[in-house]
Design a protein around this ligand. Sequence first.
Ligand code: ZN
Length: 207
Amino acid sequence: MSRDIERALTQFFGGRVCLDFGNTLDWRTSEQPQELIPNFEALLGWCERRHTMPFAALSKLRARAAGKPQEAEAVMAATVRLREEIWRLSEALRTGGKISIERVNALTKALPSQPRLIAEGADYVFDLPGRELEEVLWPILWSTTALLTSHDAARIGMCHGEGCGWFFVDESPNRSRLWCSSEVCGNRERARRSYAKRKRAAGGQAM
Ligand SMILES: [Zn+2]
């Protein structure tokens, strides 16, 4: 298993902030998952590329984190827990299982109300101030509640690529999306299957 980490960090196939955040563990369902956000700096980089917050706020948080390594570590622990919660919810939604919303409710209860939106480049982002390191998690949580309260909740899919484990909102008309990306996992799986088929055919001839 290998997917270039730098490349994986720019691949947003989930279609929603919360799912793309859930996909920051690459090869999630394989035996060798690859962590794409190993520390707070990497998390900030992800927020910047996915543009979940104003760039100015992210710069402030970068400066603040440099002087508060313990606070950054605590936010990373919360980050990992939130990601696991998003996996649990996505997995339950995808398989039609019962979801438990207590944890999401507890997490959102501790948040301030959503700030106004601002336009930045081609995107709209929550106008967060960049005062507290944990702000990075707020747009992800708001995205999670938006997903749960929309028809997206009934359209969660997971890539069929072996070991990939990336989630997405399946927006195909008949819900037939198989891959996080046809170019990435789709091509790889097609190549793998055709190789296995050739190998089987060759084995058959040898016998
Ligand atoms: Zn995939």
